[in-house]
Write a protein that binds this ligand. Structure first.
Ligand SMILES: NC(=O)c1ccc[n+]([C@@H]2O[C@H](COP(=O)([O-])OP(=O)(O)OC[C@H]3O[C@@H](n4cnc5c(N)ncnc54)[C@H](OP(=O)(O)O)[C@@H]3O)[C@@H](O)[C@H]2O)c1
Length: 280
């Protein structure tokens, strides 16, 4: 499995499993257990997904050495430092681990001062060794610029919506100047890659390789050195997505996929999210 070295030297697998809408209980347990059995070593969850508990059970029962796993979780929302510390401790408890590999701010607040306060706590958690890397999610360039005014540690990762309809080239160019790794979410564009111009071009490439459109999109992201975490609860898809790591696309094909960008955001716009207000 290909890995990328974050700016603090910590290694992150480029490919992993997303778990948004993977229901806590039997579904999350079976899904993660199966994924780990077939070779996944990187799991992405969040406090908001409500499934850390069952994911923790599956990880424990997999008997895989903790150091061979990469677990990401995300802070539910901005709050008082005391509450946020509690959120983090609860995550460790539910995931049944002493540390997470990556801890992310799930969404930026519209108030830069609140983001700065949250980040200062993340830096403390990082210093404690309970998060091997810390980062952000859904941060636009202006959010990062504001954060860097007070940050002592530059975030290691920014997880954002990224797929052939929204390739995030300008954001990624900026992230590279700061050594921040781009991580994609929503690789299948809420089904959009299976329709219209995306279906047409991706279908052509998929046919040439005798692979599925979903697999081609995963292979495209990985070839662009973007961390890819497709979500599925369907065993055959979990396996297909895993196998996509081994597809080699030509530079010409990669450029054809890059050209499908239409700035097509299908998830919430971080500048207009409802997750701004401070919750004490
Ligand atoms: N940071 C954030 O704010 C944020 C936001 C959204 C997502 N994320 C993370 O990113 C991960 C991925 O994003 P996502 O879950 O929104 O969307 P996604 O991975 O683009 O798509 C998941 C959907 O595609 C289906 N699917 C999976 N593999 C497929 C395949 N090979 N062929 C056809 N359909 C397939 C799944 O169905 P089945 O499950 O029924 O098989 C599910 O309906 C999330 O799970 C989460 O971990 C983060």
């Amino acid at each position: 499995m290909k890995k990328v070295k974050l700016h603090n030297g910590y290694e992150m697998p480029l490919f992993g499993l997303g778990t948004f809408k993977t229901e806590n209980g039997q579904t999350a347990y079976d899904t993660v257990k199966y994924a780990l059995e077939i070779g996944y070593r990187h799991i992405d969850t969040a406090q908001m997904y409500g499934n850390e508990d069952s994911i923790g059970d599956a990880i424990r029962d997999s008997k895989i050495d903790r150091k061979d796993l990469f677990i990401t979780t995300k802070q539910r929302f901005h709050s008082s430092v005391e509450n946020m510390q509690k959120f983090f401790d609860e995550s460790l408890e539910k995931l049944k681990t002493d540390y997470v590999d990556l801890y992310l701010i799930h969404w930026p607040n519209h108030d830069a001062k609140i983001n700065a306060q949250t980040w200062a706590l993340f830096e403390k958690i990082y210093a404690s060794g309970k998060a091997k890397a810390i980062g952000i999610s859904n941060f636009q360039i202006h959010h990062i610029e504001d954060l860097l005014k007070t940050a002592k540690i530059i975030p290691m990762v920014n997880q954002v919506e990224c797929h052939p309809g929204l390739t995030q080239v300008p954001l990624n160019k900026y992230l590279k100047t700061k050594n921040i790794q781009l991580e994609s979410y929503g690789p299948f564009m809420k089904g959009g890659i299976f329709e219209g111009l995306w279906k047409e071009k991706l279908g052509e490439i998929a046919k040439k390789h005798d692979k599925s459109i979903a697999q081609i999109v995963i292979a495209w992201g990985l070839s662009r050195n973007i961390v890819m975490i497709p979500k599925s609860v369907t065993p055959s898809r979990i396996k297909d997505n895993y196998d996509a790591q081994f597809i080699e696309l030509t530079e010409e094909e990669l450029l054809e996929i890059d050209a499908l960008n239409r700035g097509n955001r299908v998830y919430t716009d971080p500048d207009n999210s409802p997750w701004g207000p401070y919750k004490a």
